[in-house]
Design a protein around this ligand. Sequence first.
Ligand code: UT7
Length: 332
Amino acid sequence: MSKIRAAITGIEAFLPDYILNNHELSTMVDTSDEWITQRVGIKERRILKEEGKATSYMMAEAARKLLQKTGTNPDDIDLVIAATTTADMVFPATACLVAHELGIRNAWGYDLLAACSGFVFALETVNNFILGGNYKKILLLAGDKMSSIVNYQDRNTCPLFGDAATALLIEPTTEECGVMDHICHIDGSGKDVLFMKAGGSLHPASHETVDNRWHYVYQEGKTVFKAAVSRMADVTEEIMKRNQLTADDLAWLVPHQANLRIIDATGQRAGLTPDKVAINIDRYGNTTAATIPLCLWELEHKLRKGDNLVLVAFGGGFTWGAIYLKWAYDPK
Ligand code: UT7
């Protein structure tokens, strides 16, 4: 009997209309287009400005388009996993809110928090549900409203992030495609250099937490940069080696988009020419769980069935990992 694998069979995205470019940002904090472009590679990012709209709204918009595009009946979805660091609320899970919004009635699901590695971890998670044999149509959501936890008075972090969400349909396949291999890691070594201090059970919201601006992303950039460069390059090399993949065998490396210099270093270690490395950081910034699927969504019309892709991410925790994926369909 042929092996079952999890295949991405459709992908959609939602990007807010509002574009916050480096010029506007430089009127808000002491920064410049030149600094951001040279040090990070971002020119602009999208911001969800509308009052009362959050991550579940963006995910539901992406998922609605996905169900329509793939001709999927909401009743046939059996699992909803939402990868996010900016859930609408501490609870209920954003997955529940999206399921309600779309009329998904025959599924269960939950949120998965792995910061910028959220998509890689979620794809490997749903892969295991598929391997178990009980799931036929999984809705995988990945997105973040980073603007809700970014301090627009802190030039160290506010240029970096943007808002976006993506939705993917994951189905079993017995063909030679889908998730072929994974390497996923966590450790707590990043807990003091990349975090949001308050709002959890350690520091519930109080006057003190608000006055101290503890409800925003805090990052020691240089330390995180060094860890991200080495670990993303290491897992990329490792997953290519153990699957006997050379640079020529890869159609695309799809890295998390935190800094163009990290992306370039990872591509170089894999021996890839820049034209095989997916990049959208210039237009969207770091959209946390959404960076990799946003790249896939933009590449969809170029991807062919059987194309070899390596997806690789690094994020808060630390969390990091890579997935070797064989694309499952030709452009429709
Ligand atoms: O996605 C999750 C994982 N996150 C990452 O992978 C992010 C990793 N880190 C980075 O990408 C980079 O460290 C940053 C983009 C965050 C920062 O770049 P850097 O080259 O590491 O800069 P730095 O923090 O060492 O700062 C260098 C200088 C400092 O000035 P002095 O002390 O040399 O005078 C900063 O104050 O640049 C200054 N600086 C800025 N200048 C203009 C920091 N932010 C800005 C800014 N505009 N926005």
